[in-house]
Design a protein around this ligand. Structure first.
Ligand SMILES: [Zn+2]
Length: 382
């Protein structure tokens, strides 16, 4: 038991796009005195022992009894300083923003991921009630809260309440509009719990929807292809410094029949989507005969020119999705996360229909220095 097993566990989930995309997800191992957590911005699939940061658990636990400023930016700054000061090596790498969440579980291994399959439930309007039907008291549900310190603090209260009420520790925690955490003393048990969570979500999807999203290319349509190429060259001409790409899938086309059909895609589901896709996809309808006029595209294009240069997703009716970003890598990641958003929208139908992140939380992520650090670092890391 130890770091070597943690590396194996982390890579196995990191290698599976059903469980982990981009720099998302984090893992940890702890013994009595130390916790080894994924360094911020590290990618799970290629992680090595050096990709984990050793933390002093007694110093981490002091954070629970510290009183922080109420103003969010000051609170985050102070909590981050204490988190950094809890490192065994003060000059070491920056620990995951979710370190405190990992510290809470009295189990050796903790795996936290953001899979679309499970986020269909965490982003479902009735996700909370359905998770209780499916998992009973074996799982804890945490509503929408700011990630980082506030999430860890809320989780601590909920886990304590669960322990008092049921006389045992929770090993599965669902985070609304965010993801899932699973904890166990052996890697095998982590796998079993993960499988159970995925199987129950699948059974709900199969009974309520009866199929899975068709993310394959749609059947060829020369008109759609021509429109896509015209738009692509228009975006490239307008934004010569940005990477642009066009994608489409059978499932996406179903959503792009009209703005009404596209509603479940016109918002933000999880912090990952804010970080890697920009905060709000734009929907553009054609002006006449299925044609997009440049003057109609202009409002969407103008919004693309945001000073932070964050990625932008543009949905064009009956055509597909365009991603614009500062680098080819950021553009690819934006497309991958947007495909994830399509899956979440689809799966959420089995959980009472979609529910987006609250605007105040989107704004919090946008201004959160820690998340900016993560996006920049993980897109730089090869
Ligand atoms: Zn997370």
């Amino acid at each position: 038991m130890g770091l070597a097993e943690l590396v194996g566990l982390s890579r196995s989930y990191g290698a599976d796009p059903e469980w982990v995309l981009a720099g998302g997800g984090n893992t940890s191992f702890k013994d009595e005195n130390h916790l080894w957590i994924k360094a911020s911005g590290t990618t799970l699939v290629t992680i090595e022992e050096s990709g984990f940061v050793a933390m002093d658990r007694s110093r981490l636990q002091r954070i629970w009894s510290t009183t922080y400023p109420t103003e969010p930016a000051e609170r985050e700054k102070a909590a981050l300083t204490d988190l950094m000061d809890s490192r065994v090596d003060p000059g070491g790498r920056r620990p995951s923003v979710e370190t405190l969440l990992h510290e809470l579980f009295p189990f050796a291994y903790v795996v936290h991921t953001h899979p679309a399959l499970i986020n269909g439930m965490t982003c479902g309007a009735q996700g909370d009630a359905i998770s209780r039907d499916l998992f009973g008291d074996s799982a804890v549900w945490i509503g929408q809260v700011e990630p980082g310190y506030v999430l860890a603090h809320t989780a601590r209260e909920m886990l304590t309440e669960h322990r008092k009420k049921h006389g045992r520790e929770a090993q599965i925690v669902f985070l609304a509009n965010h993801g899932v955490v699973v904890a166990a003393d052996h890697p095998e048990e982590v796998h079993e719990l993960q499988k159970r969570v995925a199987d129950l979500c699948r059974s709900q999807i199969e009974s309520r929807i009866g199929r899975y999203p068709n993310m394959g290319e749609p059947s060829a349509d020369p008109e759609r292809q021509r429109r896509a190429e015209t738009l692509l060259s228009e975006f490239r001409r307008r934004f010569p410094g940005r990477a642009v790409s066009y994608r489409c899938s059978e499932e996406l086309l179903g959503y792009l029949r009209s703005e009404e059909h596209a509603r479940p895609l016109l918002g933000t589901y999880t912090p990952d989507h804010v970080v890697y896709c920009g905060s709000m996809p734009q929907y553009v309808a054609p002006v006449r005969d299925g044609e997009f006029a440049v003057d109609v595209l202009l409002p969407a294009l103008t919004r693309v020119e945001n000073p932070s240069g964050s990625p932008q997703i543009i949905l064009c009716e009956n055509t597909g999705v365009f991603a614009l970003a500062g680098t080819p890598r950021a553009m690819e990641t934006a497309q991958a996360l947007f495909a994830d958003q399509v899956k979440i929208a689809f799966y959420s139908e089995a959980f009472g229909g979609h529910r987006f992140m609250e605007k105040r939380l989107v704004d919090f992520i946008l201004s959160w220095e820690v998340e900016r650090y993560r996006a920049v670092t993980s897109l730089k890391a090869e």
